[in-house]
Write a protein that binds this ligand. Structure first.
Ligand SMILES: *Cc1c(COP(=O)(O)O)cnc(C)c1O
Length: 365
């Protein structure tokens, strides 16, 4: 069987347009853009749209998605974003053109595997400038690792260095942080006696500096996912500002209404845990009209992160397989069998695109 709803519709022209807007602005600052496809489960149609929109290459954190795109005939090149585990080194060499790295033991294992497979492999060595995720914390160690790759690992090419900010540790990417990375790049260049090809300043959260025209010269590479896919960045929402040149309605979740009833807005009985072991608080707003939708947290992750397009509709609650919406204030009289649309947040996209039972359709409109 193939379930009709929930249905996820992907606008390829809007994604191509977002890619063109972002890559042209970056190009004007001397920055090449890698299109990140992990948010959409490595969908090959989207990978192709990114390349058509001007991305130099593609990247994701999971090798399976790179294999999926290669097998669909999307040429790449491909970079693996999650620093590789020792156990996946053979697949990194087999499937990826470049990878992000932060451990000398893994770099040495890559060299040995490249010898075995008679291949070469490019690496971007990561620095941690405060976000406490992947990367060398000690800058002397980073320089030594780069020299080691350059001098002692002949099958590896040191493509450059990179950083990630505004993620695990929620540190804002600033011109100061970028200048720290550029200075570190100059140290590496002095130590190896040549220029680095890539000084990679981060992800969507670093594109804000291109947007605000504050990106220091010297950063020549960004790795962008969320902004290409959804036309927004959490940091900008926090600043209450849009990038008005980007489309935010690139993805549409369509859900079917399976029950409509007037019910109390405050649950009745003794309160305990909800579906995800939390004890929410409820506001008593009297009797409200409730529409039950046929998707849940298993399909979208955080249901409250969805952005309803139906005027007046709000998400009230969700189990793993159901979503309860308040439709009292909808001008349209919602009935069983109707469908309602949502735009997505990044978390919703991660879940929806990776479920085998959610229908995904790409359209040319
Ligand atoms: C996910 C990721 C990116 C892209 O992040 P977005 O916020 O989607 O732009 C860039 N670099 C690394 C290392 C990542 O893991």
């Amino acid at each position: 069987m193939e379930r009709q709803y929930p249905l996820l519709t992907v606008s390829l022209p809007k994604l191509r347009a977002n890619a063109r807007e972002i890559t042209s602005r970056c190009r004007a600052c001397g920055i090449a853009v890698t299109g990140i496809i992990k948010g959409c489960h490595g969908m090959p149609e989207i990978a192709r749209a990114f390349l058509e929109g001007g991305c130099a290459d593609l990247a994701t954190s999971r090798i399976e998605q790179i294999i999926r795109c290669r097998e669909a005939g999307v040429p790449g090149p491909y970079t693996l974003l999650r620093v590789s585990s020792l156990t996946e080194v053979p697949d990194v060499v087999r499937w990826c053109d470049m990878s992000l790295q932060s451990e000398v033991a893994v770099l040495d294992a890559l060299e040995r595997e490249c010898c075995r497979q008679q291949k070469t492999h490019r690496v971007l060595v990561m620095a941690d400038l405060g976000d406490i995720r992947e990367g060398f914390w000690d800058q002397d160690e980073l320089v030594a690792a780069c020299v080691h790759v350059e001098r002692e690992l002949p099958h590896l090419t040191l493509a450059g260095i990179g950083v990630n900010l505004g993620c695990v540790g929620s540190i804002q990417p600033t011109p100061e942080k970028m200048n720290d990375l550029i200075a570190l790049g100059r140290r590496v260049e002095a130590a190896i006696g040549r220029k680095l090809e890539l000084i990679s300043g981060g992800a969507t959260s670093s594109f804000t500096m291109v947007h605000w025209d504050t990106m220091p010269a010297g950063i020549n590479h960004l790795r962008i996912g969320e902004n290409l896919l959804l036309g927004k960045d959490l940091q900008l929402e926090w600043h209450i500002e849009d990038m008005d040149y980007l489309a935010m309605d690139t993805f549409t979740l369509t859900a079917e209404v399976i029950e409509v009833k007037d019910k109390p807005s405050h649950p009745q009985g003794k309160l305990c845990m909800d579906a995800v072991c939390q004890l929410p608080t409820y506001v008593d707003r009297g009797i409200r009209r409730r529409a039950l939708l046929s998707f849940g947290r298993a399909d979208v992750g955080d249901a409250f992160a969805l952005l309803p397009r139906e005027p007046g509709l709000t998400v009230w609650g969700a189990s793993f397989d159901l979503c309860v919406a308040d439709v009292t204030d909808c001008p349209r009289r919602i009935q069983v069998g109707d469908t309602v649309d949502f735009s997505l947040s990044y978390v919703n996209m991660h879940y929806l695109t990776s479920r085998p039972d959610v229908r995904v359709v790409c359209v040319e409109e």
